[in-house]
Write a protein that binds this ligand. Structure first.
Ligand SMILES: Nc1ncnc2c1ncn2[C@@H]1O[C@H](COP(=O)(O)OP(=O)(O)O)[C@@H](O)[C@H]1O
Ligand SMILES: [Mg+2]
Length: 346
């Protein structure tokens, strides 16, 4: 077990997944507070960083942890209770519980690198790469990991593609199914591209993959391990925002209804995808399994939904690693990477 640490949890953030992040952070803070001193930094939709006490906004339990006022190791600009700019003081490790742009995409990770702070999850490159559904597919393809065929439309590109309907249109860098359309015929294509472009100037048109959706949690730095995969049974035509977050919108089947060799193929593929995309700490690797058993990677989420009942945690729980222990391992992995990198010459 990790020693008692001062952990800064970053939550909220500028993306449309702000509220999802708050829910994730509440779970993380509640579990961490039993073993560590937790301080929160709430990032507003407007991008303002505000130093909290360690209690998640909606819970408000317990006294704020007493932080030592030693010489600051770093200078993250945050607004303290009195509205005056301050720094985070001494922090052992940062846990960014932020989803989507300006949180999961390498930007915050870059800031934490500059501040020389250990932090949970993928570094700058892995975060930025996995955030971009277009470039990550190129990297996966180059490593012989099957992905859906897709075309990337940049600003001003004509809306053309070689695929049959139905197909998927999505913004390159977002999550939670926001801005995504399942396009059934050509009449729905232009509005779908328009919607996606409202979220990102880069848009993907993707062939539809037939099969089941299976997700696999991966944990580790150098020798990552895969959880048991889980099958997503969405109570909707596809796994849209409502299926993801509405009560009863989906069902997670662990393990999935697949032969053992296919389950192992999903796990192997998930770990390989994690490694070739430069992930560290954690990622949830989302796949399709075609009727013939081929595993196709859909995307990697470097900061997946993180409540105790989110898929990432549930899959490890079903694999024998409960939520509290999972968090301990993530903190230890963050410290291990920081220590390892400090030994290198730049
Ligand atoms: N190529 C595809 N074939 C079949 N279903 C897809 C495809 N792309 C996306 N989907 C459906 O849309 C959902 C959301 O797409 P995804 O690329 O995972 O975006 P997000 O990052 O918002 O989760 C998937 O979980 C799946 O149900
Ligand atoms: Mg997804």
């Amino acid at each position: 077990m990790t020693r008692r640490l001062r952990v800064a949890v970053l939550l909220g953030g500028r993306s449309s997944e702000h509220e999802i992040s708050q829910a994730s952070a509440r779970s993380v803070i509640e579990a961490l507070a039993a073993r560590h001193d937790v301080v929160t930094v709430a990032i507003g939709r407007d991008g303002r960083w505000e130093l909290g006490t360690g209690s998640p906004p909606a819970l408000g339990t317990g006294a704020p942890p007493q932080l030592e006022h030693g010489a600051p190791k770093q200078t993250l600009p945050v607004v303290g209770g009195n509205g005056v700019a301050t720094t985070l003081m001494e922090i052992d490790v940062v846990f960014p519980v932020l989803h989507g742009p300006f949180g999961e995409d390498g930007t915050v990770q870059g800031l934490l690198e500059l501040a020389d702070l250990p932090y949970v999850g993928a570094g700058v490159l892995g975060s930025a790469l996995c955030m971009d559904k277009s470039v990550v597919k190129d990297v996966l393809r180059a490593n012989d990991i099957p992905v859906a065929r897709s075309v990337t439309l940049r600003e001003g590109d004509p809306v053309e593609h070689p695929f049959t309907y139905p197909l998927f249109v999505k913004p390159a860098r977002l999550g939670s199914s926001v801005g995504i359309t399942k396009v059934h015929d050509e009449s729905e294509l232009a509005p779908a591209v328009e919607l996606a472009r409202g979220h990102d100037e880069k848009v993907l048109v993707e062939e539809l993959i037939e099969g089941i959706e299976v997700e696999c949690s991966v944990l580790g730095n150098r020798d990552p391990v895969a959880s048991l995969p889980g099958q997503i049974v969405a109570h909707a035509e596809w796994y849209d925002f409502h299926a993801k977050y509405d009560e009863g919108g989906m069902e997670l089947r662990v393990p999935p209804d697949l032969p053992q060799e296919t389950i192992e193929a999903v796990q192997r593929t998930a770990v390989r995808a994690f490694v070739v995309t430069d992930c560290e700490g954690m990622a949830r690797v989302d796949c399709f399994v075609r009727p013939d058993g081929e595993v196709v990677v859909n995307e990697l989420n470097t900061i997946p939904g993180f409540t105790a009942t989110s898929v990432y945690a549930k899959l490890f729980d079903a694999s024998g690693l409960p939520y509290g222990e999972l968090l301990e391992q993530l903190l230890a992995l963050a410290l291990e990477r920081h220590e390892r990198r400090r030994r290198q010459a730049f």
